[in-house]
Design a protein around this ligand. Structure first.
Ligand SMILES: [Zn+2]
Length: 324
């Protein structure tokens, strides 16, 4: 993986110009003391505006071989470190010690929420869609992050879903229940789709995406160069994805691990979100081992933004090493 200068050129510049215009309007509406006239300069597609888009705090651009990619921030999830959600049932002193040794706070466990954008030929792929307006998350920024990356929702051709939990499919519908990515095919594994359809509480989501769903067999090559990796135990059809391009590989791990310290260093500590905890714990350890032993670059939707790095073996377990 190496940084790259974006090649979403015309669209990106237009998006920057529009964003500048919109931001300027909002500023003027909310601040009566703002000087008039600034908005004129902000609409110019000048080099300064373009460089601002390259360093947008919610967009991390990188490459997978010859493919352009970007991690898009959606928000955060904070859960109390009280043994109820992550490291369920573990003595708090043990969890605190693990977190403190990694320089992390011990009062809350903070998870990022982010989606992965990949441009492959004439296709625009989005891996998961963030939490939308889910109450348990401070999220829903994906649409703005996507536009900051120079992509309109209608340009997304393929949504690749790891699993149907609300913090991964929440961005599929807007606040009025309408499909956000109206033209995109929605890829998810057949058992995940089956379970989603069986959940009466999710009927609106099922109805909105059903005509565009591609329910694939676990482990299938979903799109050219994109292969599902079944990771069992979290949900009925949870999938990681391996993306191969130009001699490089990226492993999108979905919810194989949630917290970059606790889940990686203690893969057998129970996580309340796992549907079948013993199976999920074994799957987590196996995927961490695969990532560590292959040296593949990993992207996580929940590790600290942008969630890009590597898993390494340390002592008798694993550790997360973020990319610089
Ligand atoms: Zn999740």
């Amino acid at each position: 993986m190496r940084p790259f200068r974006p090649a979403f050129p015309a669209t990106a510049l237009l998006a920057v110009a529009l964003a500048g215009t919109l931001a300027g309007c909002t500023d003027r509406e909310t601040s009566t003391s703002a000087p008039q006239g600034d908005a004129v300069a902000s609409t110019s597609p000048d080099p300064a505006a373009a460089s601002a888009s390259e360093t947008h705090p919610d967009v991390h651009r990188f490459r997978i071989g010859d493919l352009e990619a970007a991690v898009l921030r959606d928000g955060d999830i904070r859960v109390p470190n009280d043994g109820s959600t992550i490291a369920v049932g573990q003595p708090k002193a043990d969890v605190d010690a693990l977190l403190a040794a990694a320089g992390q706070p011990t009062d809350i466990l903070q998870l990022g929420v982010q989606a992965l954008l990949v441009r492959s030929g004439d296709r625009v792929l989005l891996f998961d869609t963030g939490a939308g307006d889910a109450e348990f998350a401070d999220a829903g920024r994906l649409p703005q992050s996507l536009r900051a990356a120079g992509v309109a929702p209608g340009e997304v051709t393929d949504i690749v879903i790891s699993h149907a939990h609300p913090d991964h499919v929440g961005g599929l519908l807007d606040g009025d229940g309408r499909a956000v990515f109206a033209d995109a095919t929605v890829h998810l594994s057949a058992p995940e789709w089956q379970a989603l359809q069986a959940d009466a509480a999710r009927a609106a989501l099922v109805a909105a995406i059903a005509p565009r769903v591609d329910a694939f067999a676990p482990g299938a090559e979903v799109l050219p160069g994109v292969t599902a990796v079944p990771v069992e135990g979290h949900t009925p059809g949870h999938s990681a994805y391996e993306i191969v391009a130009g001699g490089e590989r990226l492993l999108y791990i979905g919810d194989s691990a949630h917290h970059h310290v606790v889940s990686v260093q203690r893969p057998h500590w129970t996580i309340q979100f796992d549907g079948d905890a013993p199976v999920a714990e074994a799957s987590r350890e196996a995927l961490l081992a695969r990532a560590a032993d292959s040296g593949v670059t990993v992207q996580s939707p929940h590790f600290p933004f942008p969630g890009l790095g590597r898993i390494v073996r340390r002592d008798d377990g694993f550790a997360w090493v973020p990319l610089e």
